[in-house]
Structures are given as structure tokens and as C-alpha cells.
Ligand binder design. Sequence first.
Ligand SMILES: Cc1ncc(C[n+]2csc(CCO)c2C)c(N)n1
Length: 218
Amino acid sequence: MKWSDEAWNRIQPVYQKILDMDFNKQLTDGSLDKEKFKFYMAQDAYYLGEFGKALSAISSRMKDLDDVLAFSNFASGAIVVERALHEGYFKSLGVPDDVKPSPTCLLYTNFLLNHAAYSNVEVALAAVLPCFWIYKRVGDYIYELQVATSSNPYKEWIDTYAGEDFANSVNQAISITDKLAESSSPSQRESMHQAFEMATKLEWMFWDSAFKLEEWPV
Ligand SMILES: Cc1ncc(C[n+]2csc(CCO)c2C)c(N)n1
């Protein structure tokens, strides 16, 4: 079995919980509170900047030059989306420019940067993969359900992750991860599963923290 097939099977319980989240249900029907969306956007801009740095670090650690190129393209893709948020949603929603990360956002970005810098590169790949894969699946799911309500104020955002280009990036990231998993030991493959599963839980926590408008306790 491919590493990615097993990885996807293992995260099914968490993935189903993500589809059932109030944040995603309300985004789908357009009823999500504007403040929650604004919080999410601001945190996502911070996330994307750090995610771009993690992808750049991973890119520099790849052996195959095609993979170096793929990850450096993903990194610039994340930064381009971050810039677009600043130009678009930030202005229209009135988000301040100096976003401070929430506890969950900082936890997630530091988890990714830590793997990118210190773990074996295949484990670092497994850590960033849910960001691609979960968003693609959740994006497609939300996109299909929202068709009936085209007046949804979040339509533009929903459409972002439903495009063909994004689907190609996701498939490329999955196949590079599978290629490295094939030449890894069973214990390395297990470490990859652990990183993949933890990143999936952090995706759940990221949406949950926006829904709760999470604050620092002190
Ligand atoms: C918390 C959080 N997780 C995942 C994404 C999705 N995402 C952001 S950049 C990128 C690929 C790089 O081009 C993907 C898939 C997000 N926006 N926010």
C-alpha cells in the first residue's frame, strides 16, 4: 500500500470531524459571523507567511532538483496568496497589518518550521502535506455543497481552493512524499504518519480557534 493511502485512512476520524465543524458548515451556507471570518483571515495570513518559509526550507533540503523546484514553487504560491489576502480581504474587512498569532496559529506554524529545520526531510514533507490535502478535500466538499446558495458572501474564498492548479499542486506534493516514503525505513514511515496525523489535528484546531476567537489567556 502507498504511504499516502495508509496516511489518509489513518486520519479519517479527524477528517470527518473537520467536515462537521461549525466553522465549515457556516462558511458553506454563508451564515458564518463576519468577525470569525475576519479572525480566520488575519491568522491565515500569518500562517501562510510562516508556511512559505517552511516550504522554502524543505525545498533547500531536497536532493532531486525537480523536487527543489516543486517546493520552491509551492513556497512562492503560499506567499502570493498571503499578499493577495493583504491586498483584498484585509482592506475590505479592515484587518490591521500587524497580525499577532493566536496560540494555536503559533503552535501550528512552529510545529511546521521545527520539522522543516530539524526532522528528516520525509517527515517534514509529511508534516506539511495535510495543509495541501485537507484543504483540497474540504475545499471541494464545501464547493459542491455551496452551489445552491450562490449569494454566499464567502464564495470568493471558497472558490480559491477548488481550482485545477491547486489540484495539481496537491497531487504533486502527495507523489513526492510517496517517493521519499518508499526509500524510508519502517520506523521513518511511522514517524511520517505521526507528523501527518498531528498536522491534521492542528488543521482542526486552527478552524476551531477561529470559531472561538481564541485569545492568549494572559
Ligand atoms: C491553516 C491553513 N492550512 C492550509 C491552507 C491551505 N494552503 C495554504 S498555502 C497552500 C499551498 C501552497 O501553495 C495551501 C494548500 C491554508 N490556507 N490555511
